[in-house]
Write a protein that binds this ligand. Structure first.
Ligand code: CFM
Length: 539
């Protein structure tokens, strides 16, 4: 069943009128005949609604900073905040030096009632001393949780004094969970801190190899960045830093020497991408390594940016070889997947990125959305100037960087920039909506009530989201693929990732489990209506 405005209205009518007015602005039925379709995003979730969103602390410590492996991340707050953000995200890391990989540790000041009453600064300072004694990390990052902001501990002062005492970089992030409306606020805070205190701190003045690049917004979930790096290194790129999957303070501090910044997850890191361009003159290119065609397009766009015929040729060779290897395997899985439909609802970029991979398997995405994206992630960056800044957004300061006097160098001339921008997404992201089919549903901050309602109406063959709604949906008889954690599988990026994903999705469809589950609507009538007198013209 397709959803039209009338059906959508009926769904929304189940809300109290104030809630209905609010939610209506977050849901679109795609219609390309309309000049524009605006969606409301990055605003507060209505209290009482079961959202999938996280908090600013989750976005800062959990998402952007956490994957840096040679850093000890101190969670200044009660132990629950530390425990529930410990190892919950599958950002993998390995290290040549096992004494410098702290990804498995959970370090917290474990604030107690007396710390809340009398302040936690001394405890934090003692903890830093202890961390230095035990781990000797390359850097220490301190992330604040809600009570720290409420009692007013001065983290920046503690960090500054400890840095002078110990002689290593010690950075504090005021990412209290209540800041902003979701984890998106935490991304911004982390971006600002990394730009101010890490990137550019290294002493490299030039890159150690050819075609030097950074990969931004790639967090190595399930090993994704290892697959991306495998392909890029084979073509001949020098990867300076990955932000931040399997990344390190040591790599990040020299990220200023890259000639191009790739942006995989636009939502979580567009701030650093823009600031790097202002400060060092390095442009950014939107890429997507999820899906075979998206990977190929990204590789070709990168080669075009550098414009070296040898690089272009090598890119085509690697593409041809990889395609010959993976296409026959994907063809087998496609036979199982063809003609099916999917919901694709993830945080701030995967709701878009996975649609191409689904399409390659013959699966149509009939509903998609983001938990906490901003309007530009839906409608493209052109809308940024018209986004109204509310009090929640203003809460997160914008960092104003200026060109670095010594290191700023335009990597390509303005003329070439203009020429390239016509061909490749340099400094640009067109958003998710443009690629969705007419009649498909786009929902911002999809909640659990709407999840169930849309499933009843559209009956997708697969639902892709996260752990918070996975089992509710599976109890409805519909396979659910977690696109945050990948259900302990992966990588799903690049060529090998596409094969892994196709295998896992085909396995979900063919599992006999679904024969043992009776979805709630099975015994309910599918149509409700009254019998009118007389007949229509055809009966
Ligand atoms: Fe970016 Fe992410 Fe995502 Fe994200 Fe996340 Fe994640 Fe995500 Mo979960 S950084 S916005 S805050 S791609 S943890 S690796 S899967 S919600 S869609």
């Amino acid at each position: 069943m397709a959803i039209n405005q009338k059906v959508l209205e009926e769904l929304l009518n189940q809300y109290p009128s104030k809630v209905k007015r609010n939610r209506k602005k977050h849901i679109i039925i795609k219609d390309s005949a309309l000049a524009r379709q605006e969606i409301e995003a990055n605003t507060r979730t209505i209290p009482g609604i079961i959202t999938n969103r996280g908090c600013a602390f989750a976005g800062c410590k959990g998402v952007v900073l956490g994957p840096l492996k040679d850093v000890i991340h101190i969670v200044h707050g009660p132990i629950g905040c530390a425990f529930y953000t410990w190892g919950a995200r599958r950002n993998k890391a390995k290290s040549e030096d096992p004494t410098k990989n702290f990804i498995n540790y959970c370090v917290s000041t474990d604030m107690q009632e007396s710390d809340i009453v009398f302040g936690g600064e001394k405890k934090l300072a003692r903890m830093i001393d202890e961390v230095m004694e035990i781990f000797k990390p390359n850097a220490i990052f301190i992330s604040a949780t809600c009570p720290v902001g409420l009692i007013g501990d001065d983290l920046q002062a503690v960090a500054k004094a400890a840095q002078e005492k110990h002689g290593i970089p010690i950075l504090a992030f005021n990412c209290e969970g209540y800041k902003g409306v979701s984890q998106s606020a935490g991304h911004h805070i982390a971006n600002n801190g990394l730009m101010e205190g890490v990137i550019g701190q290294g002493d490299w003045e030039e890159a150690p190899g050819k075609y030097p690049i950074n990969i931004l917004g790639e967090y190595n979930i399930g090993g994704d960045s290892w697959e991306v790096e495998r392909i890029l290194k084979e073509i001949g790129y020098t990867v300076i830093a990955v932000m931040t999957g399997d990344g390190s303070y040591e790599e990040l501090k020299n990220a200023h020497v890259a000639e191009l910044n790739l942006v995989q997850c636009h939502r979580s890191i567009n701030y650093i991408a823009d600031m790097l361009e202002t400060k060092y003159g390095t442009p950014w290119l939107k890429v997507n390594f999820i899906g075979v065609q998206a990977t190929i397009d990204s590789l070709r766009n990168m080669a075009l940016y550098f414009g070296d015929p040898a690089l272009i040729q090598k890119t085509e060779e690697v593409i041809a070889r990889e395609l010959a290897r993976v296409e026959p395997i994907l063809g087998q899985y496609k036979k199982i997947c063809q003609g099916k439909t999917a919901f694709c609802f993830v945080g701030g970029s995967r709701g878009h990125h996975y649609q191409g991979l689904y399409a390659e398997l013959g699966i149509e995405t009939v509903l998609a959305g983001y938990e906490f994206a901003h309007r530009d992630d839906y409608e493209g960056r052109d809308v940024i100037p018209e986004i109204k800044l509310d009090a929640d957004t203003k809460n997160i300061p914008d960092l104003h960087v200026t060109p670095d006097e010594r290191r700023f160098r335009l990597k390509i001339s303005p003329e070439r920039m203009e020429e390239l921008k016509k061909k490749i997404p340099l400094r640009n992201y067109k958003g998710m909506n443009i690629e969705m089919k007419d009649g498909s549903i786009i929902v911002d901050d999809l909640n659990h009530f709407e999840t169930e309602e849309f499933i009843r109406l559209l009956k997708p063959d697969i639902f892709s989201s996260g752990i918070k709604d996975k089992y509710v949906v599976q109890k409805m008889g519909i396979p659910s693929k977690q696109l945050h954690s990948y259900d302990y599988s992966g990588p799903y990026a690049g060529f090998n990732g596409a094969v892994n994903f196709a295998r896992d999705i085909a396995m979900a469809f063919t599992s006999p489990t679904w024969n043992f589950i009776t979805p709630p609507w099975k015994n309910e009538p599918l149509l409700e209506g009254t019998i009118a007198e007389g007949g229509c013209s055809e009966c």
